[in-house]
Design a protein around this ligand. Sequence first.
Ligand code: ATP
Ligand code: MG
Length: 328
Amino acid sequence: MAINDSGHVADGEQVPFSQAGSHGIDAGGFAQQPTMPVQAAANQGSLAGQDLATIPQKDVARSEEADSILTSTPIVDVRNLAKTYVIGRTRIHALQGISLRVYQGEFVAVMGPSGSGKSTFMNLVGCLDRPTQGEYWLAGKLVSRLSNDELANIRNRQVGFVFQGFNLLSRSNALSNVMLPMVYAGISREERERRGRSVLRLVGLGDRMNHKPSELSGGQQQRVAIARALVNGPSLLLADEPTGNLDSRTSLEIMAVLQALNEQGLTILMVTHEADIAKFAKRQVAFRDGLIMHDEQVLSPALAKEEWTKLVNKAAAEHKVKITEEAR
Ligand SMILES: Nc1ncnc2c1ncn2[C@@H]1O[C@H](COP(=O)(O)OP(=O)(O)OP(=O)(O)O)[C@@H](O)[C@H]1O
Ligand SMILES: [Mg+2]
């Protein structure tokens, strides 16, 4: 990794955001992050470059009144949610009555030991499964009693998923992977391609569109997965251990991408085992035995982009010392 005199990563290197240029979330650097929500930006056709504006967050411009309803209605409102799995004669009480509200623009880290119900909770929130008991309101709509087809429809439109193992199609390139969710939404090929390119640029992969997953680093694969999750313009991004398979530097890259998207108004729920990752969220919720044990706001979340820069600069300084020593 080359660092130039001013301490920045040199152009042309494989870096998280610099390739995004004026089209990506890094447009102008993180210091100048746009503060306008993603949805509002999509409506107004402004923000950091045209690409973000083309992401189909909403079809029609909203009135101020509609905006205030949107911000006062929780995106996620679960009430006394329970999930019991039945295997033969055994009943597993994975969730035992969870109540939680998440509003637009929040970034929530879901924590807790293995088996505490985190993934079960995420599956319910992502409309992949139905609760045994309790209610789930998604963006003001009661979804806990919808049919499978209705659930799938809501899921496609409202929720984006990112998983620990990326879950990309290995034979398809980055662009085809990202375009896939739009096939089910019945969007023309031309439009799919345009939006696919747009979200890939948004996550800083404008120059990797034709690469297959095996031709990408772990961090880049996860960014493709994030782009795929964003392509239908969801209100909610769910990430189940998104950095679980990544080294610490790449984890910071991914957290910086998520923080930038959250700054632009995207609501994020992220499962993580690691306090070092949860510290980037604005709120931390801890599960134990299918119940919520703690729920706290983080007053000033750490900045992943800053930590990433420090780490890269430190590695470069160490590398320089090594080269100098070898030259002696
Ligand atoms: N499909 C299923 N059928 C039966 N039991 C299940 C199923 N999914 C999860 N469980 C059980 O429900 C409980 C909660 O599981 P869950 O996967 O939600 O935990 P988790 O907090 O995500 O754990 P981890 O940190 O290991 O991913 C566990 O006891 C698990 O064995
Ligand atoms: Mg899990």
